[in-house]
Design a protein around this ligand. Structure first.
Ligand SMILES: [Zn+2]
Length: 286
């Protein structure tokens, strides 16, 4: 059980003659009494036993992500970079270049552990830790991939019903909602869930663990909802930046690009939280 140094939070003792109200002085006396402090410490210890949390990276107790691992994760995401050369299934433009993709960091070490826990281990509280890294990547994409004179819409990759039912939340949507609330995005940048999976594909599991042939089932699996919001974006010539959590082969982004192709919106690129290393770098992953 840890003893916390709570002296800075204590109310200073009233000087003689000071007009401190009697009930406040009594409450302070009870709160800081040695017996009360022992009871509080015991309750805190019981709570830690009933709802124990360990760092998702190193296993240290008492925090979902310990300060050391949080610092390493933030450091690994300081420099968002282009990763389209790692993914063989990304759509190509008219001159054969793949869709530009910017990642916050590589999918290894602390970042991989945090993303995995956020997506698959029901830890939505990690959104607050990942959101600043995603924000840095989104700002890099806005600075380099779009025409600054036209509006931009961030479009998250949809989630399947099975995955959403299992998790109870939509990871990419949660991250984008945090970005919107933080006010970090410039004027003229909107967010909209324009894509969804077709009904027949709603129960298909995600890409993880699938081979190249099975991943091709992603084709024709998404559709665009023809809503007034879409019409509005089309009329103002909005540019689209796709947003996803992890880039592997790029098949999901390619399918989103295909689905948006018929809407008249221009897909300028994509942003991901993490990109799996290229095959030549995979020996470095732990
Ligand atoms: Zn740790």
């Amino acid at each position: 059980m840890r003893r916390q140094n709570d002296a800075p939070y204590r109310r200073q003792a009233a000087r003689p003659g000071s007009p401190v109200r009697g009930w406040a002085r009594s409450l302070d006396a009870v709160w800081w009494h040695s017996g009360t402090r022992s009871v509080r410490a015991a309750l805190a210890g019981t709570a830690a036993l009933l709802l124990p949390v360990d760092c998702v990276c190193c296993g240290r107790p008492d925090a979902v992500l310990c300060p050391q691992c949080a610092r390493k994760m933030r450091t690994s995401c300081l420099h968002p970079h282009r990763v389209e050369d790692r993914a063989e299934s990304l759509p190509l433009n008219t001159v054969g270049l793949p869709l530009p993709v910017i990642c916050a960091g590589s999918y290894d070490h602390e970042l991989a552990a945090v993303v995995l826990a956020f997506k698959n281990h029901q830890m939505p509280s990690l959104a607050g830790i990942l959101a600043p890294s995603l924000a840095r990547a989104v700002l890099a994409a806005l600075a380099s991939l779009v025409d600054p004179g036209r509006p931009v819409v961030l479009v998250p990759m949809p989630t399947r019903l099975r995955a959403k039912a299992k998790r109870g939340y939509f990871p990419v949507g949660l991250l984008l909602a945090r970005l919107r609330r933080s006010g970090v995005l410039p004027q003229g940048v909107e967010m909209a869930q324009l894509l969804r999976y077709r009904m027949g594909n709603q129960l298909v599991s995600a890409q993880k663990g699938k081979g190249r042939r099975e991943r091709s089932s992603t084709r024709q699996s998404m559709k665009v909802s023809n809503t007034p919001v879409l019409q509005q974006f089309r009329l103002c010539g909005a540019q689209v930046i796709l947003v996803d959590d992890v880039l592997t082969t790029g098949a999901t982004l390619a399918e989103a690009h295909r689905a948006l192709g018929g809407t008249g919106l221009l897909v300028c690129g994509a942003v991901v939280v993490a990109a799996t290393p290229a095959p030549s770098e995979k020996h470095a992953v732990r």
